[in-house]
Each structure stands twice: as C-alpha cells, then as structure tokens.
Design a protein around this ligand. Structure first.
Ligand code: BG6
Ligand code: MG
Length: 220
C-alpha cells in the first residue's frame, strides 16, 4: 500500500471554478473600504487562507482594523461568497475533471482533497462530489496555510502513502510551493508563466490523460 501512486487535488480553481467567486467577493469588500483590487492582486490570494487574504488586502491598502471589524469583514466576505457557491451544480465542475477522477478510481488509486477552504465540504455537496474522495483535508484541519506543505502531508498520511508517490494538482503559486516543499510532484493547472515552479503545467484536465502519469512513473 505504501508505494501506491496517489493523487491529491486542490479544490478552488482545480475541481470547480470558485476562484472567480472569491475574486468577486474580495473585490466588493476591498472596494467598499477604499482599496483597489484587480486580477493582479487576486492572483496572490489564490490558495491563501481567508484570514491571510484579508491581512494582505489591508496591507496593500495600508489600513488596519480592530479585531471585531476584521472578523466582521471576513464574515461578510464569506456570506457574499457562499451566495455564489449555493448556486453551483454538477455543471460547475471544470472540464475533464470528473472523467479523470473516475479513471483514477477505476484503477484503484487513492485520491484526496487538499484545500485551504473552510467551505470545502459545502462546495463538494453542491456539485455532487461528497463521496468522491477517500480523504479530505480542508481549512478546518490545518494549522499552517499553504505554502506550508501541512495540508498535503496530512492527506498523504491519510491515504497511507509516501509523499514521493503523490501527484498534487494546484492552480495557485502557494499551492505549488506547498506540494514541492512536501516532496510531491506538482501539477499546475493554469498559466505556465504564473505557475513556473510546477513540475508540469497544463491549462486544464483535457490536456492530459491517465497515460501521462504512467509515463512519468516509468521515467522516474
Ligand atoms: C483557497 C482559495 O482554496 O481557499 C482562496 O484559493 C481562499 O482564495 C481559501 O481564500 C480559503 O477559502 P474559504 O472558503 O475558507 O474562505
Ligand atoms: Mg486553488
């Protein structure tokens, strides 16, 4: 079991396109408190926890808040974000993801979710993937945020496999760094220039297939 090749998936921006909802909710909040927020800033928040995200936004705008106000704004952002999430259905799963997950399951590979989100289980339920993953490590189960590898190392442990046997799918710079720091093979999903630290990078799940991972294994 220990040598089995395992696959760990980030959620936001890899399985579902919730990255656009995070963007809309943070932009609305930042603008409300007088801070500019564009796609450029948003890129730096991908994979970053809710608390760290608001800290970064405030530091860009050189603003500080009381603890109560900080908590209130985080809750407001999350409520706004969840209003988008609750509209999601199976149709919001990104192209090629479901087929790939099915193929991995049919080949008996252990698969886990490794996400910074505290809303991960809600999202999986909305899109009908609640029973897909053997292990789920989300924002409620980690003490250190990506780029720390804790989330992926915990997932590998639950899958009962070693880090070097794991492939990690990630759309964020922080997540790629986390996978690399954990000694796993990082697969970037998104822009090659942005995710240049990834071992391999694809625009989406239709650009590769299961066979690709067999090739890497034989080369190793
Ligand atoms: C990550 C997202 O998956 O989860 C980040 O890429 C987000 O943008 C983080 O801030 C935390 O999510 P949540 O749902 O707990 O606010
Ligand atoms: Mg992500």
């Amino acid at each position: 079991m220990k040598n089995q090749t395992a696959f760990i998936f980030d959620l936001d921006g890899v399985i579902v396109d919730t990255a656009k909802f995070h963007f809309l909710a943070w932009q609305k909040l930042a603008n409300k408190i007088g801070i500019d927020f564009s796609e450029k800033e948003n890129e730096q928040l991908k994979g970053v926890s809710r608390i760290k995200s608001l800290e970064k936004i405030l530091s860009w705008g050189k603003k500080s808040l009381s603890d109560e106000e900080f908590q209130r704004l985080m809750d407001e952002k999350n409520q706004d974000y969840l209003n988008h999430v609750h509209q999601m259905t199976k149709a919001d799963i990104l192209p090629g993801v479901e087929d790939f997950l099915e193929e991995l399951k049919s080949k008996n590979h252990p698969i886990a979710l490794g996400s910074a989100s505290k809303n991960a289980k809600t999202i999986l339920k909305c899109v009908g993937l609640s029973n897909t993953f053997e292990a789920i490590i989300d924002g409620n189960k980690v003490t250190k945020a990506k780029p720390d590898p804790e989330v992926f190392l915990k997932a590998a442990r639950l899958l009962n496999t070693e880090p070097q046997n794991c492939f990690v799918f990630e759309d964020s710079i922080a997540g790629i760094k986390a996978a690399n720091a954990g000694g796993m093979t990082s697969i970037g999903i998104g822009n090659k220039d942005t995710l240049h630290e990834a071992a391999f990078c694809f625009n989406n799940f239709n650009e590769f297939d299961y066979q690709f991972f067999k090739t890497i294994k034989t080369q190793a």
